[in-house]
Design a protein around this ligand. Structure first.
Ligand code: PLI
Length: 463
């Protein structure tokens, strides 16, 4: 367990003005809380959690400027000044023409899927995301994974594991015809692969191929600034380019985007759809009225849109993103030094423990990642989440379980929330559980909800 100092400084470009007090709990209290939550970390009460790594979604600390912006909320039902500010920022930073706000990312996914997908369509993507795939399926489409094989191997050192395998896309085009493919769905820092980036070289090659066939590219731009950071660090020719210019270059390769602003954009709630095609925009801005609210608020308060506009500007600052990912890398490097099997290279928004290698004696049917997340909570009050067979769910047609190659526990780092000392506590707790890993036997699912089961499923311990 020898620690060597981390070479690069990533110190935060901010200081702390207000703190939120946390309750400290005992192992006995946590054992009881975990059992009451059916061994699902989503069902824990947040007040029972010490360090909350469940998600980086909506959990960021807003800046003093964002809070000040909240006071400028124009809460008019129609034509809020904050909407026009948000629209201007999205146009300037990302370069899209039209913006439709939504309450969060899945609101945008619902509307975009309804606008663009017809029954029987095929939607290729660089790995699935839970809500994205479900909305594609509910709209009548079928998702196909076209990410490179390396993305499914947690130990592959490929620098851009979010890249698309163009041969897989060509095979889909040959099988179904380009007219059955309305768009390719491209995620940045691919969540389910461990926060792994796509390269601009790959995106440009994809663009050249799809343009010839009249297939659009829709970006899931949820963690785009984090992807830009990896391009700046790893892709030849981008070392001297700003995060902001790389972000714009990524968007320029696409026709539109859905955004969960709860991640990169540093807000607690909010999202949007951004489009270039006026017909798609017209339909989306009409449909949003049905599901979210008028097209100038989309389910958000004016103050939420103001905080989002300011958050987007802060998110593309080079100093911000260097510290954000620096903290993630700091934690990941500690784990690697301790011999903990994690997804490599270290990704953008968290550390993903490979539960198959951590618990090789627990078969996937006994939910090793779910069981490991429960043990980590009991050990230290650190809340993580499963990203494996429970998250993958069942095939909508056959009802069979998906068996993803990756069986991961995600330790997601909220932005601007925790300190370096918190990172040390997390690493120590993972090491503790690693030492007693042979005692972990797995779980049995005793309640399975129909949609997105990982949120609400309940389990009991295998004795
Ligand atoms: O949680 P929403 O509805 O604002 O966004 C959905 C969503 C879309 N795309 C991607 C890549 C996501 O990561 C995402 C939400 N992610 C969550 C909640 C997470 O914990 O990762």
């Amino acid at each position: 367990m020898k620690k060597t100092p981390i070479k690069h400084s990533w110190a935060e470009p901010y200081k702390i003005k207000m703190v939120e007090l946390l309750k400290m709990t005992t192992p006995a209290q946590r054992r009881k809380a975990m059992a009451a939550a059916g061994y699902n970390t989503f069902l824990l009460k947040s007040e029972d959690v010490y360090i909350d790594l469940l998600t980086d979604s909506g959990t960021s600390a807003m800046s003093d400027r964002q809070w000040a912006g909240m006071m400028l909320g124009d809460e008019a039902y129609a034509g809020s000044a904050n909407f026009y500010h948000l629209e201007k920022v999205v146009q300037e930073v990302y370069g899209y023409k039209y913006v439709v706000p939504t309450h969060q990312g899945r609101g945008a996914e619902n509307i975009l899927s309804q606008v663009m997908i017809k029954k029987g369509d095929v939607i290729p993507g660089n790995m699935y995301f839970t809500t994205t795939r479900l909305h594609q399926e509910l709209a009548g489409g079928v998702f196909h994974d076209i990410i490179i094989d390396e993305a499914h191997d947690s130990s592959s050192q490929h620098p851009f594991k979010g890249d698309v395998d163009l041969n897989k896309l060509e095979a889909l085009v040959r099988e179904h015809g380009a007219e059955k493919i309305p768009y390719v769905c491209i995620a940045v820092t691919v969540n389910m692969a461990g926060g792994q980036p796509i390269s601009l070289g790959n995106l440009k090659a994809l663009r050249a191929y799809t343009q010839k066939l009249g297939i659009k590219i829709i970006l899931d731009m949820t963690r785009i600034a984090e992807n830009a950071y990896f391009i700046q660090r790893r892709e030849p020719g981008y070392q001297n380019k700003s995060i902001r210019s790389i972000v714009k270059e990524i968007c320029n390769c696409t026709d539109g985007a859905t955004m969960s602003a709860k991640k990169d954009a540093l807000v607690n709630i909010g999202g949007f759809m951004a489009l270039n095609d006026p017909d798609d925009y017209e339909e989306a801005s009409n449909l949003v009225v049905v599901y979210e609210g008028l097209h100038t608020y989309g389910g958000l308060a004016g103050r939420d849109m103001e905080a989002m506009a300011i958050g987007i500007m802060e998110s593309v600052s080079d100093d911000h993103i260097k510290a954000r990912i620096g903290q993630v890398i700091y934690l990941g490097e500690q784990m690697m030094q301790m011999g903990i099997p994690i997804t490599e290279p270290i990704g953008g928004h968290g550390i993903f423990i490979d539960a198959k290698r951590f618990l090789p004696h627990v078969p996937q049917d006994l939910f090793p990642a779910q069981a490991l997340a429960a043990e980590l909570y009991i050990d230290s009050g650190v809340r993580t989440m499963e990203r494996g067979i429970v998250s993958a769910g069942r095939n909508a047609k056959t009802g069979e379980n998906y068996y993803p190659k990756l069986e991961l526990v995600r330790l997601t780092i909220p932005r601007r929330v925790y300190t370096q000392a918190h990172m040390d506590v997390i690493a120590e707790s993972v090491a503790n559980v690693y030492e007693k890993r042979k005692k972990i036997k797995g779980l049995r699912m005793i309640y399975e909800p129909r949609y997105l089961r990982f949120f609400q499923a309940r389990f009991e311990k295998i004795r």
